[in-house]
Design a protein around this ligand. Structure first.
Ligand SMILES: [Zn+2]
Length: 249
C-alpha cells in the first residue's frame, strides 16, 4: 500500500511539474510573441484565447435562439416556410463583434470564425428549439468571392459550431451557380428572379427528409438565405431552420 502511495505521489508531483513548466513556456513565448485581445488589445489573456474575459462577456447576446417570433423569424414571415430562425449577437458598428467579422472576412483570420461559431454553437446546444436539427449547411459563398478569400466564412463558422454541438456538416449538397456581381445595376424584380436561380442542389438524396439548419455570418434582408432555403425546401420531406452569428438592427 505504502508503495502505491509513493507511486501516486510521485505521479502527481510530476504532473504538477509538467503544468508548471508548460505555464513558464507559455509566459516566455508570450514575451517574444505578444498575443493581444482582438477586442481591446490587452495582452492579459490566456495563451490561445481570442478575446479577454471582459470583451468575451460583453458580446451582446440576442437570446433569439430560445424565443419564437423573434426579429429574425419575422424577416421570413410570408416569404418562406421555416421551422426556426435566430442570430446569436446584435451587430453594431465599431463593436468587438464587427472587428471579429472583419478579421474573418477580410484579414484571413479563420480563428475569428471558429470562435464566433463556437459561441453560436454553445447557444444552439442548450436550446430545445433546435434539438431535432439533423445537419448544418453553410450558406454557399459566391464562387468568385470564395476563390479570392480562400475559404467560405460560413463554413469556418460551421467548424466552430460542431466543435461544441454534435451535428454533422453537409457542405457539398448545395451549389451556388451564378455570379451575382451585377445585381446592383438591376431593378428589384430582376434581382429577385436572378437570386431564385442562384442555388441548385447537387445531392438531393443527402438532404431528403432531414431538418437542415442553414448557417451564415450576418443577416440583413435575408434575401440570399431565403433563396438558398427555397432550393433546399424543394426536396421532399426537408424542414429548414436558419441561424447566423449576427443580426443587424
Ligand atoms: Zn479585450
Amino acid at each position: 500500500m505504502k508503495c502505491i502511495n509513493i507511486y501516486f505521489r510521485k505521479y502527481f508531483l510530476s504532473f504538477d511539474m509538467i503544468s508548471t513548466i508548460k505555464s513558464y513556456v507559455q509566459d516566455f513565448s508570450h514575451l517574444f510573441f505578444p498575443h493581444h485581445c482582438e477586442g481591446c488589445g490587452t495582452d492579459i489573456l490566456q495563451h490561445d484565447e481570442l478575446l479577454c474575459p471582459k470583451c468575451s462577456f460583453e458580446l451582446p447576446e440576442t437570446n433569439f435562439i430560445h424565443n419564437a417570433n423573434n426579429p429574425v423569424e419575422k424577416i421570413f414571415y410570408g416569404r418562406i416556410n421555416i421551422q426556426h430562425a435566430a442570430a446569436a449577437f446584435y451587430f453594431t458598428k465599431d463593436s468587438v463583434l464587427q472587428r471579429l467579422l472583419v478579421q474573418l472576412k477580410y484579414k484571413s483570420n479563420q480563428q475569428a470564425g471558429i470562435y464566433l461559431g463556437k459561441r453560436l454553437g454553445e447557444q444552439l446546444n442548450v436550446s430545445e428549439r433546435f434539438n431535432d436539427v439533423d445537419a448544418i449547411i453553410p450558406l454557399p459563398l459566391n464562387p468568385k468571392k470564395e476563390f479570392k478569400r480562400g475559404y467560405n466564412q460560413a463554413k469556418i463558422i460551421c467548424d466552430g459550431i460542431v466543435s461544441v454541438w454534435n451535428k454533422p456538416i453537409i457542405d457539398d449538397a448545395v451549389v451556388r451557380t451564378h455570379f451575382t456581381e451585377t445585381q446592383t445595376h438591376q431593378d428589384r424584380i430582376h434581382r429577385w428572379q436572378n437570386m431564385q436561380s442562384v442555388f441548385s442542389i447537387s445531392h438531393p438524396k443527402v438532404l431528403k427528409n432531414k431538418h437542415i439548419l442553414l448557417i451564415d455570418d450576418v443577416i440583413t434582408t435575408g434575401a440570399t438565405l431565403e433563396a438558398c432555403a427555397a432550393a433546399i425546401l424543394k426536396i421532399s420531406g426537408t424542414k429548414l431552420s436558419i441561424a447566423t452569428v449576427a443580426y443587424t438592427i
